[in-house]
Design a protein around this ligand. Structure first.
Ligand code: FMN
Length: 329
């Protein structure tokens, strides 16, 4: 199924979820904890489709301020023997002015799932202009988002991952706090980080996120590791799917333990089954997201994960997802 087909699919109303799958975070009700990861619907063309497939929320983007084409083709490869992907897309985006009316239309018509917007800078923006790019995105699109993800962890935009340091974060969020204006006011802001960070740096980033009053961490993005996760394919870019499952889970557990559960975590990386999602939740994720699993397992994956999660909750004697968050720390 392609994105265009999904966008054209008749909406037959959102499926009803079992109440025990629901979770409330930042005052927002999520009907279930399974979200669409960023990168699948970069231009917000299939929002109704994600609701229809049963997602509990969708993260749209990465959206850049100005339109850009991204890297030249080929820029995405399958690693079929590991059910994995490698991509170096480099944020192809129609830009914020094209995306805004699409989300406005959906908001007017009504949508039953929270929408996150994931923001990134244009690839030709110099380092001193990065904060201004995020500010422009927050000012234009902030009010259309239920929550916002600041992406500083894509391996395919040169220099972007340098913003994953306490010093740079303070600089970025000081500027953003001062200039983003009313549009984004009150919206939870999350930081999406890379699984490739050195552990000590990652801990300092979490401390800084707490000190800055950020509302959550998305853990994590794709990895540039290959041999370390048992993949021999050498295409350039970020690796996703089952080879990064364990690394993502360690990252979630480390963040949860280090912050004593004080900052909500969206766990993403390698999920292809209910069991995978369950173990990310038990490691500390309040919500989870999928991308590569959807490509290999098909759109029925969302419903399968949800019914599997409901079984796992019942068998474990849990009354809600919230009760299971972080119990394996
Ligand atoms: C083709 C592709 C494009 C992606 N584009 C983005 C993106 O634009 N922004 C972002 O934050 N993450 C992006 N990601 C990363 C995913 O959101 C996710 O963090 C990562 O793929 C790990 O999850 P998975 O193993 O379920 O795929 C992309 C991933 C893939 C495979």
């Amino acid at each position: 199924m392609t994105l265009r087909m999904l966008a054209a699919m008749p909406a037959f109303g959102p499926p009803r979820d079992k109440p025990e799958l629901g979770i409330k975070l930042w005052g927002i009700d999520f009907p279930n904890p399974i979200g669409l990861a960023a990168g699948m619907d970069k231009d917000a063309v299939a929002i109704r489709g994600w609701e229809t497939l049963g997602f509990g929320f969708a993260e749209l983007g990465t959206i850049t301020p100005r339109p850009q084409a991204g890297n030249e083709i080929p820029r995405i490869w399958r690693v079929p023997e590991r059910r994995a992907l490698i991509n170096r897309l480099g944020f192809p985006s129609e830009g914020m002015e094209a995306v805004a009316p699409r989300i406005e239309r959906i908001r007017k018509a009504g949508i039953s799932i929270p929408l996150a917007l994931n923001f990134g800078p244009n690839s030709d923006t110099p380092p001193e202009g990065i904060a201004a790019d995020y500010i422009a995105l927050l000012a234009r699109l902030g009010r259309l988002a239920d929550f916002i993800v600041v992406n500083v962890s894509s391996p395919n935009t040169p220099g972007l991952r340098d913003w994953q340091s306490p010093e740079k974060m303070r600089e970025l969020f000081a500027a953003v706090g001062e200039h983003a204006g009313e549009s984004a006011r009150g919206r939870p802001v999350l930081l999406k980080i890379s699984p490739d960070l050195e552990r000590n740096v990652m801990f300092r980033i979490c401390d800084t996120a707490l000190a800055l009053g950020l509302n959550g961490i998305v853990a994590g993005n794709t990895t540039v590791a290959r041999a370390a996760v048992g993949v021999s394919a050498s295409h350039p870019g970020g690796l996703s799917g089952p080879p990064i499952l364990i690394r993502a889970r360690e990252l979630i557990r480390d963040i949860y333990t280090h912050t004593r559960g004080q900052i909500p975590i969206i766990g993403v990386g390698g999920i292809a089954s209910a069991e995978d999602a369950w173990l990310h939740i038990r490691a500390g994720a309040s919500l989870v997201e999928v991308y590569t699993g959807l490509v290999y397992e098909g759109p029925g994956l969302v419903v399968r994960i949800k019914s599997g999660l409901a079984d796992l909750l019942r068998r474990g004697g849990f009354r809600s997802i919230g009760e299971a968050v972080g119990i394996d720390r």
